[in-house]
Design a protein around this ligand. Sequence first.
Ligand code: GAR
Length: 240
Amino acid sequence: MSVDTVSIETKPTEPTTSTTKPLRIVVLVSGRGSNLQVLIDAMQAGALPIEIVGVISNREDAYAITRANAASIPVVTLSHVANGKRMGIKTFERHASDQFIAWQPDLIVLAGFMRVLSASFIENAPAPMINLHPSLLPAYKGLDTHQRAIQAGERHHGCSVHVVTAELDAGTVLTQGLLEINQKETADSLKTRVQKLEHQLLPWTILLLAKGALSLSRDQSIHEQNTFLPSTPLKLYLDS
Ligand code: GAR
């Protein structure tokens, strides 16, 4: 299937009007910020009904900070290492929680954010949290996903957007972008191709959430307490 013919299996959506309030989004980053840039561009072009109300980086050298500054989006840097001293996750989370209170997000997006968050932080967050991960989850949680997929002789690889839960990369998968691994693929070439997919998948997913085609809710009767889950499981396949 080509990228132009994305199929979406989901429930019918309510028609939205131009008066729909934009989804307030906080983006957590650690690096280059190419996915943040895609969201900024879509927001500025009016292609996504979102307002990026803040960015949190855990690295002061993250190029994502430059991108946020260029778009006049408030950025808070909570460096994991300051003056040679490591900032513990609890301290990071305390400051991040203060920012959430100030920014009042509807959705928290982890786009290349590389710190592992605690269960209590995730469960007490004031908004659902989603993460972009470079593999077809549940395969290849964690790091070095492209190299591991090639070494295992996989035919397919891709990226996933999933709900963040206490267990790393294990929350409900909302959407996936899929591609075939080429014969002479290297980890670098695969990463480049997957990132192209990510740049489509993340805005698509947020659009579906913003339009209500995909919803996240706390369903305590079926699932563990305070876990955010989609009411309509949905997968979206792309290829490149
Ligand atoms: C993306 O490829 C994303 O999938 C990955 O980091 C990259 C960030 O790119 N995330 C993870 O590995 C999370 N476990 P970007 O900074 O250019 O958006």
